[in-house]
Ligand binder design. Structure first.
Ligand code: BDR
Ligand code: CA
Length: 305
């Protein structure tokens, strides 16, 4: 089984991604590291522990990571209108019984890639702060990790949090730019493909037919997320952003990728914009430009039903 660490800012679609990864039965989930973005890092850590407990998967270690962007002292603000006051669509879960582990998230990433050289894939579905700090702390990280699969960016399509930028990159643009330039093997699963995979009310109805606590939870959090997408964008479904990054690990043939040199705009006007540059000095990453959305959604829904 492929060894994986998820790096999350649990949020609704992060929760869907955690559930999908675990239920797939195809991944050896070594642990989950947390950061800020949709909510604070403390809330993301609590949410992650709660999701694991709903899934009877509390044995998976949760390690809290960075609490603020790499090069800025302030947070950009949480996404409460997208993910609810608590980050989980205001769906209340019992307080977690388990606690996070003591080790800092950045050190957890480093320790696992050293324990299993070239065998660990990190699926990063929040800001890239933890990954950037791991590379800064030990530059060998880029040779020890198998690959980083990142949900983030909008290379050929408009952004979501602002017209020019996608939320995860916008939350810590310096970290993202640093990681893209580091030479680490990286697959970018951006809005280019994730907005083609919308979960509709009809899809989510499957979960209404089951009494299991997990199905109820998935249904309720998705309802909140769908309402946001309908009210904000007039879309008949919510983007399966973070779950698609898991999909890219489970079955890379779902995607068509193109090697591209990508930088992040750090200017005031276009902060967080992902754009292609001449590849002579910037390493290439694999940018997902097409997805078999039907096949992905079928697998996602079957796995979680
Ligand atoms: C990304 O931003 C967050 O709000 C979501 O969890 C996802 O990771 C989508 O742009
Ligand atoms: Ca996320």
């Amino acid at each position: 089984m492929k060894k994986v660490i998820l790096d999350v800012d649990t949020g609704i679609d992060d929760a869907l991604a955690i559930a999908y990864a675990i239920k797939s039965g195809q991944l050896d989930l070594l642990g989950i590291t947390t950061s800020f973005g949709n909510v604070s890092v403390e809330e993301a850590t609590r949410n992650t522990l709660q999701v694991l407990e709903v899934m009877d998967a509390a044995h998976i270690p949760v390690s809290m990571g960075a609490d603020k962007p790499m090069a800025r002292d302030h947070l950009k603000g949480k996404a409460l209108h997208v993910h609810g006051e608590n980050g989980l669509g205001n769906v209340e879960l019992p307080l977690p019984k388990e606690s996070k582990i003591e080790m800092y998230g950045v050190d957890f990433l480093l320790s696992k890639v050293k324990e299993f050289p070239n065998k660990v894939t990190i699926v990063a579905v929040g800001a890239l702060t933890n990954v950037a700090l791991a590379i800064k702390k030990d530059p060998d990280f880029i040779h020890l990790v198998e690959r980083i699969v990142v949900m983030g960016g909008a290379v050929t399509v408009p952004g979501n949090v602002v017209p020019h930028a996608e939320a995860n990159i916008y939350t810590d643009p310096e970290a993202a730019d640093f990681v893209f330039q580091s030479g680490v093997p990286l697959t970018l699963v951006g809005l280019d493909v994730t907005l083609q995979t919308l979960l509709t009310k009809k899809d989510a109805e499957k979960w209404a037919q089951s009494d299991s606590p997990l199905s109820k939870f998935l249904l309720n959090i998705s309802k909140f997320y769908m309402n946001f997408y309908m009210n904000e964008n007039g879309l008949e479904g919510c983007g399966l952003h973070d779950p698609l990054a898991i999909g890219a690990v489970l079955d890379p043939s779902l995607m068509k990728t193109k090697p591209m040199s990508i930088r992040v705009d750090l200017s005031k006007e276009l902060i967080g914009k992902t754009f292609e540059v001449n590849g002579e000095t910037t390493p290439k990453i694999d940018v997902c430009l097409e997805v078999d959305a039907r096949r992905f959604k079928e697998h996602f829904l079957t796995t979680l039903s």
